[in-house]
Design a protein around this ligand. Sequence first.
Ligand code: PLP
Length: 356
Amino acid sequence: MSRPIRATISAAAFAHNLAIARRHAGAAKIWAVVKANAYGHGLLRSVQALRDADGYAMLDFADAVQLRGAGIDKPILMLEGFFKPEDIALLLKYRLTPVIHNIEQIEMLAKAGVGGPLDVYLKVNSGMNRLGFAVDNVRLAWNALDGNPGIGSVTLMTHFADADGEGGIAAQMQWFNEMTQPFEAPRSLANSAALLRFAEETRADWVRPGIMLYGCSPFSFKSAEEIGLRPVMTLTSEIIGVQHLQSGERIGYGMAYEAAQEMTIGVVACGYADGYPRHAPTSTPVLVAGQRTGTVGRVSMDMMCVDISDIPEAYVGTPVTLWGEGLSCDEVAQAAGTVSYELLCALATRVPVVEI
Ligand SMILES: *Cc1c(COP(=O)(O)O)cnc(C)c1O
């Protein structure tokens, strides 16, 4: 038998979450964001489960080519655009829509004499100060694309830095509207947080939900369950060893945890080489035989320890849920000082995937 760790991916949960996005999106079209191997869920299976999306947004050319090879013919948005002049031929060959966010890309397009029509997204920096044209260059970028006969449609886009936080979207919305007001073009603004929290203002023509499709919440103040989302990935394993500790005995690398009283410890076949965060502290939540308990001591490469003192039926072979159904990945991430995005993306390739 193989090691008992599994990531179960639910196609029904994908469809359910996409329907929620659709409800918020109204008449807007949906780019399902499937970058980073669909947030660790597997690119092709995720795209197939999200077949009702209007298009797919990603970063890697190899991923886009893989989807075209698999017969996916919906629009594909390349969120970082393209990188080198030779990429332009791939954009045309595979009908990919690049995000144009710097002058260098515009120059490459001009030089290449694009045999188009190549649809593009023009990214405006409305305050996040990551990718995009700032106010002094938006006009220049627009004119260059508008005047290039190889360019088909231009869609204006921006990205919110704090749609999930106190800052919200107001300042960026206002700045984006001011900068793009002279230009007649479709618009795309919303990530999951903006779509769920400010749908009316932000849905525009195309929305770009990511994390919500995977059943996690973009918010620290509202759970996925409260939003009505269902977890797509459930990471499970089993107890493969049991230890009985006396008060004062220590456990794991660094002897980092000391038992304050007698304890029973379950050793779970899941470690940081599977994608479980090594920095998860003692008491990070976990389910053993469906009951909530916590981790104990340091997470090691292939194993971790959990407290089963109050779960007498737990023994070798007892199922353990690390996150997913019954225990939101958001909660585990929060305990580990990170976000569900990071845990999902980090799922290791050595973990077998079961599709349901
Ligand atoms: C990743 C990403 C998204 C999706 O964000 P979520 O928070 O996962 O919904 C949307 N737009 C852009 C530009 C992104 O990079």
